[in-house]
Ligand binder design. Structure first.
Ligand code: NCD
Length: 312
């Protein structure tokens, strides 16, 4: 068998950097951790190691799951969640902040509003950078936990039809997820208003790789075909014109009646937070997996931390 890929010292910046073997490795480690944590609260793989969490944009799940992940690996965490309390409020550049935090930590998870910011950080960093979202760019750690969730819910990643719904233009989670799904020859359905369509450069590259993509503006039609529906929030903070957001915010709303009329066995994912795009009566549907997805986030991030620190 081929050697497992070596992640030690690597930055995790984009879904694009992963080959299939690397995706499989992260999922396998995350599954191991998920099993181990059934019988004990934490592992002792990273004692003494410190994770820095630098969140220049709002976050609940990404930051807290990274922090819980490090604590459950036996390590510690320092960081900030409000850029206003860090020296960036005094005008410090991202590069200088990163150079500084590298002196204190062994690995950094960061989120920043600018596309490409994680790559900029990686250029000056002496420790691995884990991109927890760079503006409307990429969100690779979310994509890995999404893959783990699909695999867990469906039992396979092969031969699936996955519908991506909502703000495909600004949604960094879907930008990253398609870069991983392309290794499994998934059939993709893009369900978005024309103004929020998947960026052409991403769609073109997928087509060039032989991925089947269909675009539709009918969520009901997609629900007849999809094995997995990945709902997303309309990304209000990326709109220049607030009236455009108001026009599009309720473009696609998934209700229980729609789910019940959809293909049997449907799995529903959402990176969360949801605003109005999934009504709460969907939550009790057996295929509504978005809170199980949240839990997988911690295992996937534990795997990434342990891997880039070379602890496994
Ligand atoms: C997503 C994000 O921040 O891109 N949230 C997350 O990380 N789970 C999705 C979103 O904010 O809509």
């Amino acid at each position: 068998m081929d050697e497992w890929p070596d992640f030690k010292g690597k930055h995790i910046l984009s879904g694009k950097q992963f080959n299939k073997m690397e995706i499989e490795r992260v999922m396998a480690v995350a599954e191991d951790f998920r099993n181990e944590l059934k019988t004990r609260p934490s592992l002792h793989l990273c004692p003494g190691n410190v994770l820095g969490t630098l969140f220049f944009e709002p976050s609940t799940r990404t930051r807290l799951s990274f922090e819980s992940a490090m604590l459950r690996l036996g390590g510690s965490v320092v960081g900030f969640a409000e850029a206003g309390t860090s020296s960036s409020a005094k005008g410090e550049t991202l590069q200088d902040t990163i150079r500084t935090v590298c002196q204190y930590t062994d690995v950094i998870a960061m989120r920043h509003p600018r596309i490409g910011s994680a790559a900029e950080a990686a250029e000056v960093a002496s420790v691995p950078i884990l991109n927890g979202g760079d503006g409307a760019g990429q969100h690779p750690t979310q994509a890995l936990l999404d893959m783990l969730t699909i695999k867990t819910e469906k039992g396979t990643l092969k031969d699936l039809t996955v519908a991506l719904v909502g703000d495909l233009k600004h949604g960094r989670t879907v930008h990253a997820l398609v870069e991983l799904l392309k290794h499994y020859h998934t059939r993709l359905l893009f369900v978005a208003p024309p103004a929020l369509a998947m960026p052409t450069e991403i769609a073109t590259e997928l087509v060039a790789r032989g991925i089947a993509i269909e675009e539709t503006d009918s969520l009901n039609a997609a629900l007849q075909q999809a094995d997995v529906v990945y709902m997303t929030r309309i990304q209000k903070e990326r709109f220049v014109d607030p009236t455009e957001y108001e026009r599009l915010k309720d473009a696609f709303v998934l209700t229980r009646a729609m789910v019940d009329a959809g293909k049997p066995g449907l799995t529903i994912l959402h990176p969360l937070p949801r605003v109005s795009e999934i009504t709460t009566d969907v939550d009790s549907f057996s295929g509504a997996a978005y809170f199980r997805q949240v839990q997988n986030g911690m295992y996937a991030r534990m795997a990434l931390i342990a891997l880039v620190l070379g602890r496994i």
